[in-house]
Design a protein around this ligand. Sequence first.
Ligand SMILES: [Zn+2]
Length: 404
Amino acid sequence: MNRERIDLLVTGASEVLTCAADAPDLVGRITDGGVAIDAGRIVAVGDISGYVADRVVDAAGGVVLPGFVDAHTHLVFGGSRIDEYAAAVAGVDPPDDVPVGIMGTVTETRRYSTADLISQAEPRVIEMLDHGTTTVEAKSGYGLSDATERKLLQAAAELHRRLPADIVSTYLGAHAYPSDVEPSRYVEQIIDFIPEVAEMDLAVFCDVYCDRGFFSLEETHRILKAGRDAGLWPKIHLDAYSHTDAAAIAIELEAASVDHLNFTPVHELELLADAGIVGVYMPALEFSVAHPQPFEPRVAMGVGMELALATDMCPGCWTSSMQFTIVLACRLGGMSVAQAVRAATYGAARSLKLDGEIGSLIPGARADLVLLDVVRYEEIAYRLARNAVTTVIKGGVVVREQAA
Ligand SMILES: [Zn+2]
């Protein structure tokens, strides 16, 4: 038999998960299959007997699945809020002179140069890669001035160039009102800045924090419409702390995702699901802030909503691990392990409009995959607080490999 020569074969897996959109078991589990890769793309999954390769990676009886996609992070910021967190867990007020909340981080972030912001965010991306994340959505939003928002977006672009993880940027000038500009004036600033963000390719998405005390329905609509007109797809921080009615805006403007959803009533979840909009669930954020009303993924999935998982890496929720996020989604949110793994791969890719390209191991997709030293994929949610990743392949290139 004449076998086709390609770049890379992954063999010796106990399970390969395709996480294909239409997988009946949600994760497309194949036993005793492999993955064939050429020119950075997947050419075959399952039966790979028709191929020989220059390089063979042995999964050593472990699980192979798509690289994790982290659907919602605030990756680039300055400093930390360790004092606020330590006070919160002790149930006391933080000292007066430490950074607290979004504005505390904005004040810190504005002090740093772009190079400083890159060097602070770079270890976070490296840690994400080490934990099997190959694509990271990253929002600006700790600058709240054109100059600092530009620096945050430029820092994310530099990290994308420098590291093997893909960084997909979102402009979130509408994260909060800055304390030094009148709110209505700041909304105009955001709208005026959007064309530059689009022309300079600084972001793919435009996001607004719509909630009580944050941006109003009218402001949310204006900002997202301006973004869409400039070619930036809308996303919304929706109903995290109150019910806003902004679900209607997400549907009208065809948002790529709606994120948080803690106070979204079930009939609105159903309308969002019918519109094909992905819901982004961030159980680590809810855990980290002890959220008073956790999102209920079973209710959303019950009305047909596709969910994405995300770490929400930010100064208020410091985790880079999608495996930890899966643990919490299962144990605290009541997702099955299959539902959570699908949300951490296919669902998250869809929230970035990248399904078919990443998040699934299917012929033609980018060869972003991880190898785990577990025999069954359910162990991701079962063996707590451990990193099961042994190998990370990004675009067909081995970028992380544990010494044998
Ligand atoms: Zn957020």
